[in-house]
Design a binder for this molecule. Structure first.
Ligand code: 1HE
Length: 267
């Protein structure tokens, strides 16, 4: 593993640590004494990092230090905010998380312990979520007298349905790792301490894809799922033709036809 903090992460706040593992970048939330609560500096650091991912990084893993992935918004920063500042703050979170979701490289999140409030919003902005068995999901906003502000009211209903998000907000309901996976919070559930290794393995697999395929999955697929059927199908045809025309696709197809490529097997 190479630590490229100086080269790529020199603007990162102390609450974020970056290291490089081949084509995979690993970004760690490191405010364990505050359960990785997200303060303004961390949100700005996330935006900066995902706006300028080094060219040789093809996939990113996000994980959290300590016993919890992330306790959400740093509540100590909220007390004195007025309405205008509240809007600006929420929009800053939106910018940072949009950079994750619609950035240059797919992002795999490793979840454990509390994945709550803004921590759940952060997880929802990532493309793949690997949950260790200790993970639990909740929206304490309901009991704190506030509302989602990091894109959760848009992203979470797309993962688990609006009615479940309403229940979580109104009643404080939480879900554990296994139930959460069935509902759509995570894609994988793994044992304690296996999350990071699993996420790196998945990220390496992602990094090995043709760049155009990763682009289409990240940028075209979510839009197609939301737009009207005719526009979605048209966009699909355009993207399919663009991907097929790419020299990388041609090489991969030749590899398969000439028996050099692996077969599709059950993993
Ligand atoms: C914090 C925060 C925080 C911990 N902001 N300081 N999020 C929440 O409402 C969740 C609040 N946190 C908790 O419920 C618990 O801390 C946990 C269940 C996550 C972990 O419990 P535990 O027993 O391991 O830790 P702790 O003793 O509660 O916390 C350790 C320290 O972290 C303590 O500070 P200390 O100075 O007394 O040591 C806590 O105050 C501090 N801490 N969480 C600030 N969130 C864009 S809008 C998003 C809106 C939201 O995210 S709302 C949900 C906020």
């Amino acid at each position: 593993m190479t630590d490229s903090n100086d080269e790529a992460g020199n603007k990162l706040p102390s609450s974020l640590h970056f290291e490089q593992h081949g084509a995979v970048g690993i970004l760690r939330l490191c405010r364990p004494h505050k359960r990785n609560a997200l303060d303004d500096a961390t949100i700005q650091g996330i935006e900066d990092f995902f706006s300028a991912i080094p060219d040789d990084i093809k996939a990113v893993v996000v994980h959290g230090e300590g016993e919890h992935f992330c306790a959400g918004l740093d509540l100590s920063e909220l007390a004195e905010r007025d309405v205008a500042a509240g809007i600006a703050h929420s929009r800053a979170w939106h910018r940072a998380f949009e950079r994750i979701e619609f950035g240059r490289a797919p992002v795999v999140a490793v979840l454990h312990g509390a994945v709550v409030g803004g921590g759940l919003e952060l997880a929802a902005a990532c493309h793949i979520r690997v949950a260790e068995r200790s993970s639990y999901y909740a929206l304490p906003e309901g009991s704190r007298g506030i509302f989602l502000g990091g894109g959760g009211s848009v992203r979470l209903p797309r993962l688990i349905g609006a009615s479940r998000v309403i229940d979580m907000m109104l009643t404080g309901r939480s879900y554990g790792a296994d139930e959460g996976a069935l509902l759509g919070f995570s894609h994988y559930v793994v044992e304690a301490d296996a999350g990071l290794a699993t996420a790196i393995e998945l990220a390496e697999r992602i990094a090995g894809n043709a760049p155009m395929t990763n682009f289409a999955a990240m940028h075209v697929l979510p839009h197609n799922a939301e737009q009207d059927r005719a526009s979605g199908l048209l966009m699909e045809s355009l993207m399919a033709a663009i991907a097929q025309g790419d020299p990388e696709a041609k090489r991969r197809l030749r590899d398969f036809l000439e028996k050099r490529a692996p077969k599709t097997v059950q993993r």
